[in-house]
Structure formats: structure tokens, C-alpha cells
Design a protein around this ligand. Structure first.
Ligand SMILES: [Zn+2]
Length: 61
């Protein structure tokens, strides 16, 4: 039995980067997208409302 060794990947910390995003303008909706991935019409993918630009700390991609 070898429980002492841990997978080194588990220790890797997630690197967060301030990322420009668009979030849904509807307070009741949690929809948002990375700025790189927004649709051309800038509408929320979940409810179709308009989206506001903002910044979030997200894992680096
Ligand atoms: Zn929405």
C-alpha cells in the first residue's frame, strides 16, 4: 500500500488572470462569457438579454 505519494498535478495552483468578460445585464441571470468568445450580437447565451462588459479573475487558458 502506497498512500504516501501524491499526484504532483494536485499540488499545482490554479493561476487566475484578470480577464475581460461580458456578463448578462439581467440581475436574475448568471450568464456571462469571456470577451474572446462572445457572440457577434453581444447577447446573453442563456436568456438573450444584452450583456455588460466587466472583468473577472479566471483560470488561465
Ligand atoms: Zn442572461
Amino acid at each position: 500500500m502506497f498512500f504516501g505519494k501524491r499526484n504532483p498535478l494536485e499540488k499545482e495552483e490554479e493561476q487566475l488572470v484578470s480577464t475581460e468578460i461580458y456578463s448578462c445585464s439581467d440581475d436574475g441571470c448568471i450568464g456571462w462569457m469571456r470577451k474572446n468568445f462572445v457572440s457577434a450580437d453581444l447577447l446573453c447565451p442563456m436568456c438573450g438579454s444584452s450583456m455588460d462588459s466587466g472583468v473577472r479573475d479566471l483560470p488561465k487558458i
